[in-house]
Design a protein around this ligand. Structure first.
Ligand SMILES: O=C(O)C1=C[C@@H](OP(=O)(O)O)[C@@H](O)[C@H](O)C1
Ligand SMILES: C=C(OP(=O)(O)O)C(=O)O
Length: 416
């Protein structure tokens, strides 16, 4: 399937959008709910990744296919490995079988788990026989993916002696680790994070607790981009609060530099994004090691504004849904951008975007590489170029109503 993106008129009145719950918070809470059924969850994410995890948690033996869902793959590996009696084949999409998992598998096996590789060593699919784990000390590398660490933290309180995790190397995507710990705190599960050591105490039950998931900040990034590129003067999105567990809430300060003002409406738990009077910077320099999922949105916004950017801390992008650094370079160059990449950074040169969009008469076909964020990050360029999106339904991985919601931003997807 393809989608021809049409730029339509929008009413200048303020518009409102309800965004589904954070997929990171939802997936953590679902895992914890499987361990402690007294937890109730509100505003659960409607993403494919959350649905896949929810369904997988019902399975006791046999095949579980998580498709493209990275957190589901990593969290379920730890969950099934420590669930006595579980006999599971855990597989995923072709890309999932290229996303490394050895660091987590080695950590679990050192604790006494039984996990074997069914194809290539270090990668899914996995054969897991759930065991009672009595060890409580583990060491692992922390510079590849924080998901391995969150996976261990989530099952840690269910182990008879809890778990002490020693992290080696520079810790990546730290806010996601802090989110996991904050959710344990919310359930009164004792934990500490000191230097490179994480400790979680055992907990046999959790009292009845209702957890309300904040809406997804990574999904909010696309509205920031639309506002920055002048789609609409202002949009209010819910349900968000100033004190967030999600690292991607850093969007508010990053997009201040890109000309978008953020106002939190505390009583309505919403946030209003509007074009600010302050001019945007002419070159954006930002380290995204804490917020890898908004890299694609930011670079495309900078291109749409005609400004340059230097993004660093991108070492995890190569092992996500696709190699996001190469994908960004390939697709931005189709629009006439000048992009250079290394293993952990991206540099975009400034350009005369008005001249570029006026002289480009042909439709630019954007490939999405089975990556929801490629489709969503590039969609705002339909305000300036004729864009045709290949495989547009990839968005359902995190944001199923994306194409419907962006009609309010003046972009209509004509599916063909
Ligand atoms: O724990 C999580 O919910 C996530 C952690 C991050 O992964 P890495 O730690 O691999 O960067 C992020 O990119 C992913 O979308 C969600
Ligand atoms: C990287 C992502 O997800 P995951 O690693 O969970 O597949 C993402 O949603 O951008």
């Amino acid at each position: 399937m393809k989608a021809l993106l049409k730029h339509t008129r929008v009413s200048k009145k303020e518009t409102f959008i309800k965004v589904t719950g954070s997929k990171s918070e939802s997936n953590r809470l679902l895992l914890l709910q499987a361990l402690y059924p007294s937890i109730a969850i509100k505003n659960l994410s409607e993403s494919d990744d959350t649905r896949v995890l929810q369904k997988a948690l019902q399975v006791e033996s046999g095949l579980v296919d998580v498709h493209h869902a990275g957190t589901a793959m990593r969290f379920l590996t730890a969950y099934f490995a420590t669930k006595e009696g579980a006999e599971i084949t855990l597989s995923g999409s072709k890309r999932m079988h290229e996303r490394p998992i050895k660091i987590l598998v080695d950590a679990l096996c050192s604790l006494g788990a039984s996990i074997t590789y069914l194809k290539e060593e270090g990668y899914p699919p996995l054969q897991i026989s759930g065991k009672k784990i009595i060890h409580n000390q583990v060491t692992l590398k922390a510079n590849v993916s924080s998901q391995y660490i969150s996976a261990l933290l989530l099952i840690a309180p269910s182990l008879p002696h809890g778990l002490t995790i020693s992290l080696e190397g520079k810790i990546t995507s730290v806010p996601y680790i802090k989110m996991t710990l904050a959710l344990l705190d919310a359930l009164s599960i004792e934990n500490t994070f000191k230097g490179n050591t994480l400790t979680v105490h055992p907990k046999s039950n959790v009292s009845q607790t209702e957890c309300v998931v904040e809406s997804d900040w990574s999904s909010a990034s696309y509205f920031y981009s639309f506002v920055a590129l002048g789609a609409i003067p202002s949009v209010t999105i819910s349900s968000y609060s100033e004190k967030s567990l999600q690292g991607d809430a850093a969007l508010a300060s990053i997009y201040k530099e890109l000309g978008v003002k953020t106002v939190f409406n505390a009583s309505e738990t919403s946030v209003t994004l509007s074009a600010s009077e302050e001019k945007h910077v002419t070159n954006l320099i930002v380290d995204l090691a804490n917020t890898p999922d908004i890299a694609q949105t930011i670079v495309v916004t900078c291109f749409g504004l005609g400004i340059g950017c230097t993004l660093t801390g991108l070492h995890t992008l190569k092992i996500k849904e696709t190699d996001r650094l190469s994908a960004l370079k390939n697709e931005l160059e189709k629009f006439g951008a000048q992009v250079s990449i290394t293993n952990d950074s991206l540099q975009l040169e400034s350009c005369n975007i008005k001249a570029l969009s006026e002289k480009t008469k042909e439709t630019i076909v954007v490939d999405t590489y089975s990556d929801h964020r490629m489709a969503m990050a590039f969609a705002p360029l339909a305000l300036q170029f004729l864009v045709c999106m290949n495989d547009p339904m990839v968005v359902t991985k995190s944001f199923p109503s994306f194409w419907e919601d962006i009609q309010k931003m003046g972009v209509l997807a004509d599916f063909q």
